[in-house]
Each structure stands twice: as C-alpha cells, then as structure tokens.
Design a protein around this ligand. Structure first.
Ligand code: AHR
Length: 509
C-alpha cells in the first residue's frame, strides 16, 4: 500500500462509525512552560554490530552503491531528513574491546580483529575520522564511548587528546598527519559501557573508583572538554555513582530495553504477534516512566542541584532473532512506532533530568530507523515516529493534564488508552503528541489550552489496519504518516485519534 492509499485507510478508520468515541480531555497550560526538551533526547546509537555500521551505513568508497567517502548517500540523506541530533558510537559491548589506534591511519594498513561479542570480524575501515565525517555530514553531535573493559587509562586519555587537542600536542599532530588539522568536537564521552556485564563484571563501588581514576586523566582544552558519562545499571548503581562521582560526571547512563514477553529467553517475534503481545509490549515499554522516577528519586537525594543527568543511552524493542539475518536485525512495525512515541512522551515529562537518550540502534540493529539489503533501503515506522516528533527537539515542555483517560485492557493487563505530551516549539507553535494504545477503538480527545481559543489542529497521523504493519524492500511505503487536520466547532477542539495510532499536531489559535 502506498502513502496515498494509506491516507485513505486512515480517513476510513477515523470516519468508521463502529468505533464509539470516548471523551478524554487534555488541558495544556501554555503560560507555565516547563524545562526545555533537549534535542539530544532524540539521539541515535550506531554500534559495530551485525550490519549496523558496515553494509547498513558504510559500504566503502569503491562500492557501486552511491556513497560519499564510503558512507551510503541514501542512508545519510534519510538520516539528515530525520534531524538526527546526536550519535553514540562505537558501542555498546563493542566499545569494551575497541582499541581506537586500530582505526586511524591509511585504511589498508589497519588491522582486522574479532571482538568479544563475536559478531563482527572488525576490519577497522570505520574509525575515528570516518565517524566524525558521518557526524559532520549529518550535522549531529558526537557521543563517543571509551573502553574501560579491556583498555587502559593511558589509551583513553590518548584518544581524548587525539580528538580534542589543539595543534601543539603530539597526538594532535598525528591527527593532522591523518588528514584532520582541526580538533573533532566530542559532545559526550562515555567512560565504559555496561561495567556490570560485558564491560567487566564489576561492582558499582569498584567502577566508581575506576571511573574517578580514568576521568582524572582525561584532559581536553576547557572549551572542548566533552561531558563525561558514567555507565550505570539499576538504582543501587545510581546510588553509588551519584554519591561518589559528584562534579566528575555529567550523567549516568541507563539501558532499558522492551521485551514483549518480559522473558529474555523467549522474547517474542517482531511480526505476526497476537494482541496479547501488542499490549504486553506497550505495558513493558511504559515501565520506562517508573524506572526513570526511581532513578530520579536517588539523584534528587544525592544531587539536589541537578548536575547529573540520566542518559538512557540504549532503549527500544528487542525481539527474538530470526535465522538467516545479520546479528540483532529485526523487522519494525507500527507497534515499534507506538513504543517510540510512548517513550518520547515519557522523556518529555522528565525533561529536567533526562537530557539525552540514544535509541538502539540507528540502522539494521534492534529498533532501527532504517533497514538495508544490499543497495535497497527502507524507512521503518520508528523512523516516521522520530520524524513526526522533530518539532519537540529543543522545545519548551508544557504541563498537560489528562482527565477521563480511557484504559485498554486485555486479560490481566491494563494500560492507559491515551498518552500525550505538549510543547512550544522553536517555531513558536504549540505541538501536541497523542498516542492511542487501543488496537481496535478510536478515541475522541477534547483539547483545551488555558486562556486560548483554539481554531483547529493540523499535523500527521501514523496508523494502519494491522498491528504489525511494516515496510519491506518490496513494499517500502506500506506504512507511513498521513496528513491530518481538524477544525474546532462551537469553540471546542476535539481530535479523533484512530485506533493504534501516533499523532503529532500543531494547535492553531
Ligand atoms: O545494543 C546491543 C547491546 O545491548 C549493546 O552492545 C550492549 O551495551 C547492550 O547489552
């Protein structure tokens, strides 16, 4: 189905009388703006894993696939259109065994090596310079993740110097000899990854001491010193790290994946699932809210001045791997778009403490924006959810109250029917994001902005007939956002949100 047909389906679904409207009311207080939603909340993660970097993004300058210095033009173009603000690289667990010196200098002289995750025969064609080439093409910020697991303080200190030092330093001169005179700009630097697991099976107290040691020697010119990020885990880790690392860290990173069944041994399929896994996936992803609250409670105690952010630098769906695909490749359906949007609404609510997140991952791995197969590329429903939410980047969050929310129940699981968030964007407009979690029933939402007479709303809606609607290389436009608009009547604005939908609209005064 193409996007035009898809729009007709959306109109039909909105108009269908079988879906009884239920009154949900949303009140927005535009006079009391909350914290700014940092654009980096919409960050991405690109790990050397499966075909996430090689094939998916990097094909090399000699490839017949059109590319710019090795990076695929189609993928870079699509990511630019997505306004990707930040990219975390090179891992993940890959970072725990990555030695940056393997990835500099003439490409044909770089060594090949197999990394601990076993999934990549790494030939180091993509290293520091290539990563920053991508970042600069995208106009994004860089979040580089260092190696504590198998690295050393000296190796990490050298990498920071190599990337950030001005002309005089020996490593800056080496960088210049490798083709880059000007320092690279590193916005964030992660000191290790998952130290509780693949990063070295450590205890939080041990890592806290190790972090202090590393951080002490990571020198960069004051104006270009990256924000240093400590790698966390549960609230026990946050307790220890926020007490021990005050003034030494800009944030503690947390990884929170959504597994449909909640069971890591049998996670659930990417497609062809039944409604019980639709609701359990959405219910599980909504646990993000409580998880953030639990960590924020610890941070508020130990860091009342709010200098430490909670960086959710791995999140998204994780399904069972299907045979014959590259590592952690999974299809991506309408369900994933709802997962993304539900999380965005949660992140907006916690804008004060959550200045950055990076979804896992950008291309071909887990909940990806883009899937590729040789020269073919397809945009996923998650891509479209990110695109619809672009106005929320660096927008002022606005307090919003939902009254008479519906609920959606299946068996023993009940979740809220409507999730929403609102913000005043940089273009001055008020935006409202709505998610209807119910896969069968549309919902009427009455919208009110204190002190304002709303005339209408216009934007985009993403929905489809099937819960697992998705784009394939054969049918790349089966699902995509459709235009939506509505007018106020009798001085009241009511928005009908179709079943299983994500909607983002600008409110018209
Ligand atoms: O995103 C895939 C993997 O999940 C990352 O390498 C690791 O940090 C996490 O466990």
């Amino acid at each position: 189905m193409n996007i035009v047909k898809c729009s007709l389906v959306v109109l039909a679904m909105i108009a269908a009388p079988a879906f009884a409207a239920r009154p949900v009311s949303i009140s927005i207080d535009a006079g009391k703006p909350g914290p700014v939603i940092n654009k980096n909340v919409y960050g991405q993660f690109a790990e050397h894993l499966g075909t996430g970097v090689y094939e998916g993004m990097w094909v090399g300058p000699k490839s017949t696939i059109p590319n710019t210095r090795g990076w695929r033009n189609d993928v870079v173009g699509a990511l630019k259109a997505l306004h990707v603000p930040l990219v975390r690289w090179p891992g993940g667990c890959f970072a725990d065994t990555y030695h940056w010196r393997d990835g500099i200098g003439p490409q044909h002289q770089r060594p090949s090596n197999v990394h601990a995750n076993g999934s990549v025969d790494e030939f180091n064609a993509v290293g520091t310079h290539e990563f920053f080439d991508l970042i600069e093409m995208l106009g994004a910020e860089a979040y580089v993740n260092g190696n504590v697991g198998t690295g050393s303080v000296q190796e990490m200190a050298d990498w920071i110097e190599y990337m950030t030092a001005d002309g005089g330093s020996p490593l800056a001169r080496l960088r210049a000899r490798n083709g880059r005179e000007k320092p690279f700009k590193v916005a964030y630097f992660g000191i290790g990854n998952e130290l509780w697991g693949c990063g070295g099976n450590m205890k939080p107290e041990y890592y806290a001491s190790l972090y202090s040691n590393y951080e002490h020697f990571l020198r960069a010119p004051a104006q270009s010193r990256p924000k240093m990020i400590a790698s966390g885990n549960d609230t026990v880790w946050t307790e220890v790290l926020s007490k021990e690392l005050k003034d030494r860290t800009a944030g503690i990173s947390i990884h929170q994946y959504t597994v449909p069944t909640g069971n890591w041994d049998v996670k659930g399929k990417d497609l062809g699932f039944k409604e019980d896994e639709w609701i359990s996936t959405l219910a599980n992803t909504m646990k993000m809210d409580q998880m953030i609250k639990d960590h924020v409670a610890v941070l508020d105690r130990n860091d009342p001045n709010k200098t430490i952010g909670l960086m959710i630098d791995e999140w998204g769906t994780w399904y069972d791997e299907a045979a014959g695909r590259s590592a952690l490749f999974q299809q991506n359906s309408l369900r994933d778009a709802l997962v993304a949007a539900l999380n965005f609404n949660i992140f907006h609510r916690h804008a004060e403490r959550v200045p950055m997140t990076t979804i896992a991952q950008m291309v071909n791995v887990l909940q990806a924006m883009i899937l590729t197969d040789k020269e073919k590329m397809v945009l996923t429903p998650t891509y479209y959810a990110f695109q619809m939410y672009v106005p929320f980047q660096d927008a002022e969050s606005l307090p919003l109250a939902i009254k008479d929310n519906t609920s959606y129940t299946l068996g023993t699981v009940t979740i809220p029917g409507v999730s929403a968030s609102a913000a005043r964007a940089r273009d001055g407009k008020l935006y409202l994001a709505l998610v209807n979690t119910d896969p069968s029933r549309a919902v009427d939402v009455a919208v009110d902005v204190a002190g304002t007479k709303l005339q209408g709303a216009a934007g985009k809606v993403l929905t489809a007939a099937a819960m697992d609607a998705h784009n394939t290389f054969q049918h790349p436009q089966a699902i995509g956002p459709a235009p939506f608009s509505t007018r106020a009547a009798g001085g009241k604005l009511s928005i009908k949100v179709p079943a299983k939908a994500v909607m983002v609209v600008a409110l018209e005064k």
